[in-house]
Design a binder for this molecule. Structure first.
Ligand code: PLP
Length: 444
């Protein structure tokens, strides 16, 4: 007799009948860890709850947005107030300008102000897609450089050798993208400046831009080599191409002014003294609602319609409820929040590493500010090939042992772990208590 179906099993079976794979974003299907995805019904503070009423300490944080913890009362209040005044106007609102001003002010260091102007969109994918269109429109060139293992959303030009779900599913890219489009994206190994220089030697007149995750976090976390981003800024500048720094994941999460801010202020050594031409934001900027943005030098941003010839638009762009959530979140994300995020990340990374070491599991702790993950390899990876050669098979057992003990980790070894400022001592103890058994499971 087969075991009775749990509420999660039933929810998944029902979803699969109406939704491809039962999910609306592939990594949610637990493809690389196996088992039934937990269907969630509630998220509050540092916890989420599934359909069976089980509580999990959450280290996914909606894949990044929830820096304050889930459903922070002040954010919920701002959302309720905005919703009561209208869900969507399809017209400009004062809130959009306020949010643009907050971002311009935050993403600055001394007299460096890389955000001259900002355009709001609804998803990170739209932000990066628009940024590369803008780079092409502004430079009049066609080629784009990206790095293997970096994920910039799912627009056609950016899916080649991408991280995140594409890495999880071990896909080279995606079906449905024409050879002509794929041929316009040059994919280079991360942290390899010689490869970047060679690409410019060969195609200098044709490269519109280089897009890079500010610190890679979609093939597990992989911080750039010291000075890598600054060197990209100088190579692109010398060659008349644009540098697009993707901070969809890192922006307002790793610090007040994102990863660029950490480099500019020398929290990350050897990174100061450069500015991106364009920056993309998502996740935290919408405080858990669908909102993203691209910003950069005003003369480039003014190439967007209605001022310029590069078209971009959106029915829900700058949605007032999402904007209210974003403003409330950024207003609350003060230095105390960032130091708590760093503290929680330090603690969980250290405890996890100790547990793995105690069981003799070879691993490296991958850090980029308060983002972290673990690679099951002897030496620290520097690029996508290194990341893929780790002992990925150790992760499913580790993941499920944590899940059984009530800790919700990202369901793929190629994703970052996300902490929130709401992770209190109780949440941290639950994680720490779960680690020894999970480390033992990873060891076998
Ligand atoms: N860029 C980066 C660095 C991301 O991590 C993501 C999503 O994880 C995206 C872009 C795409 O954002 P969205 O999922 O909102 O389309």
């Amino acid at each position: 007799m087969s075991a009775p179906q749990s509420a999660n099993d039933q929810a998944f079976a029902r979803a699969k009948a109406s939704i491809p794979g039962g999910v609306n974003s592939p990594v949610r299907a637990y493809g690389s860890v196996g088992g039934t995805p937990r269907f969630l019904v509630k998220a509050l503070g540092s916890s989420v709850w599934d359909t069976e009423g089980r509580e999990y300490v959450d280290l996914v944080a909606s894949w990044g947005p929830a820096i304050l913890g889930h459903a922070h009362p002040a954010v919920v209040e701002a959302v309720q107030k905005a919703a009561a005044e209208g869900l969507s106007f399809g017209a400009s609102t004062p809130g959009e300008t306020e949010l643009a001003e907050i971002v311009r002010e935050r993403v600055s260091f001394g007299d460096q102000r890389p955000i001259g102007k900002l355009r709001l969109v609804s998803t990170g994918t739209e932000a990066t897609m628009t940024a590369i269109r803008l780079a092409r429109g502004y430079t009049g060139r066609d080629l784009l450089v990206k790095f293997a293992g970096h994920y910039h959303g799912h627009s056609d030009s950016l899916l080649a050798e991408a991280g995140s779900g594409v890495a999880t599913l071990a896909l080279p890219g995606s079906a449905g993208i024409t050879a002509e489009t794929a041929a316009q994206t040059l994919v280079l190994p991360y942290n390899d400046l010689d490869a970047v220089r060679r690409a410019f030697d060969e195609h200098s007149e044709r490269i519109a831009g280089v897009i890079v995750e500010a610190a890679a976090a979609n093939m597990g976390v992989l911080a750039p080599d010291r000075g890598f981003n600054r060197a990209l800024a100088s190579i692109t500048k010398q060659n008349g191409a644009l540098l697009i720094v993707d901070e969809v994941l890192t922006g307002f999460r790793v610090g007040r002014a994102g990863w660029w801010g950490l480099e500019a202020s020398r929290v990350v050594p050897d990174g100061a003294g450069w500015e991106p031409d364009l920056i993309t934001f998502g996740k935290v900027i919408g405080g858990g609602m669908p909102l993203a943005a691209l910003g950069g030098r005003a003369e480039i941003m003014d190439f967007l319609a209605p001022l310029g010839p590069v078209y971009q638009a959106g029915t829900l762009s700058g949605n007032p409820v999402a904007v209210a959530a974003g403003i409330a979140t950024l207003r609350l994300a003060d230095p105390a929040v960032y130091s708590r995020l760093d503290e929680v990340a330090d603690l969980i990374a250290r405890e996890t590493s100790s547990a793995l070491t105690a069981e003799g599991v070879a691993h490296t702790v991958q850090r980029a500010g308060n983002l972290f993950s673990f690679a099951f390899s002897e030496s620290a990876p520097r690029n996508y090939d290194d990341v893929r050669s780790q002992q990925t098979w150790r992760y499913p057992a580790f993941f499920h042992a944590m899940l059984d003990a009530g800790v919700n980790l990202p369901p793929s070894v190629f994703e970052a772990w996300f902490v929130t400022a709401a992770h209190d001592d109780r949440a941290i103890s639950r994680i720490v208590d779960a680690l020894p058994a999970a480390a033992r499971a990873a060891a076998t």
